[in-house]
Design a protein around this ligand. Structure first.
Ligand code: LLP
Length: 418
């Protein structure tokens, strides 16, 4: 599929990756990653704009490095992500620092390195940043995150632009905050930002949000506050299975249309649309449990689980799944539930998929390059899977598989007398 035609990418077969690194294993295609970033660049030709990859979607240093080499900026939400970007070779001035609760030490570190913009989400945060920056005789570049109150029409867990959500401030409060910020010694106003949600497959909410934010920018200009950039956030969806998202070009065109001929620099914070389809998760069938009764379900227990990929359990996400290579001896064609070995009924990677399977067969789970390994955990003391970047016929291990000893590091057994 897509970036992995015939189960190959960058001149390497997925089956060879599974042989070399075992399963479960995340695999990324450098070519696909670059192509997605470059699709943004092409769509933005002639527009004053910057793409800031949302690090949360895939924080692997190997992945960030590929994007940094292409000149990408980055959208971060923690000091941990900041250190990753710097390690990967990203430029601090091309970083926007988002997030609804930034700690004092995180603000300090971001001031140390000189991030390009602090995306402020509350009055309290603005005051705190002003105090810190003033004390250091710095002027912190800021944008205020506006919650435009539009319905992103996506899964409720990943909708962020409604007034009932915790993110940003409403338009009226933003206007007041900008007036206050204009009088602060430690603050330099540079932008306005918003982010209304993730996995959006309709352009209308983006256009609505952009129009509302642009109206605020016009109003601020009339009040004597000039804004350099509009940061529209991320959120463009991908095609997990028949989602039918708009193209990057159409998305960019819709945002540009809302901006019109205003002299504004645009910032985009895409995560999923750059990384999702550049990655897959490989897993092997461990045990088959075909239904016995006619109304029962058939389970294919695989060696990946919700600790590796939580999206199906958390958001009802339907990632495409295929068998890689020929089926093993005695393979059975059924409607299988592809489940993991974790002790939770919700540990299901794919519901009701028709597949021909034998134990030991290799499966590929598509569109796993965003919010896959990024959200992995060690639940059930399962070491996190390795991550392998395919590039020019090579397999580069960009993250080694964890060992059980790694998982116990820092823990201790109490002495008997305690
Ligand atoms: N900017 C901000 C401020 C964000 O909060 C996010 C994502 C992005 C950009 C990137 O959005 P994207 O282009 O990737 O849609 N774990 C969920 C997605 C959570 C998204 C959170 N914020 C999932 O697996 O669907």
């Amino acid at each position: 599929m897509g970036a992995f035609p015939e189960h190959c990418a960058d001149g390497v077969a997925l089956a060879a990756v599974a042989d070399a690194f075992d399963t479960p294993c995340y695999v990324y295609s450098q070519t696909a990653l670059r192509a997605r970033y470059q699709a943004f660049e092409r769509a933005l030709e002639g527009v004053d704009a910057r793409v800031c990859f949302a690090v949360k979607a895939n924080p692997n240093i190997g992945v960030l490095g590929v994007l940094a080499d292409l000149g990408s900026g980055f959208d971060i939400v923690s000091v941990g992500e900041l250190e990753r970007v710097i390690t990967a070779g990203g430029a601090p001035e091309d970083i926007v620092f988002s997030g609804v609760g930034k700690r004092r030490d995180e603000l300090e570190r971001a001031l140390d390195v000189g991030v390009g913009c602090f995306n402020i989400e509350s009055e309290s945060e603005l005051e705190r940043l002003n105090t810190l920056a003033t004390r250091r005789s710095q002027s912190a570049p800021i944008s205020i995150r506006v919650n435009p109150d539009v319905d992103a029409r996506t899964h409720p867990f990943i909708a962020t632009g409604l007034s009932e959500n915790k993110f940003g401030v409403d338009v009226e409060s933003a206007a007041t905050l900008y007036q206050r910020a204009a009088g602060m010694d430690g603050i330099e106003i540079v932008g306005v930002d918003c982010h209304i949600g993730s996995q959006l497959t309709d352009l209308a909410p983006f256009s609505d949000a952009a129009e509302r934010v642009v109206a605020l920018i016009d109003r601020l200009a009339a009040e004597g506050i000039d804004i350099d950039h509009l940061d529209i956030g991320g959120g463009l969806g991908v095609d997990y299975q028949a989602d039918n998202p708009p193209s990057i070009a159409d998305y960019v065109a819709a945002v540009c249309q809302a901006v019109g001929d205003r002299d504004l620099r645009l910032i985009f914070e895409p995560g999923r649309v750059i990384a999702a389809d550049a990655g897959v998760l490989l897993t092997r069938v461990d045990t088959l449990k075909p239904a016995v009764a006619t109304d029962a379900r058939s389970f294919a227990v695989v060696d990946a689980a919700i600790n590796d990929l939580i999206r199906p359990a958390l958001y009802d996400a339907a990632h495409a799944v295929e068998r890689v290579g020929a089926a093993g001896d005695g393979a059975v064609t059924r409607i299988w539930d592809v489940v993991g070995p974790i002790c939770e009924t919700g540990d299901c990677l794919a519901n009701e998929r028709e597949l021909t399977l034998a134990e030991g067969d290799l499966l590929v789970v598509y569109s796993a390059g965003a919010y896959g390994s990024a959200m992995a955990s060690n639940y059930n003391t399962r070491p996190r899977a390795p991550e392998v970047m395919l590039a020019d016929g090579d397999m580069i291990e960009v993250r080694a598989r964890e060992a059980v000893a790694d998982l116990m590091r820092g823990e201790k057994r109490l002495l008997p007398e305690r």
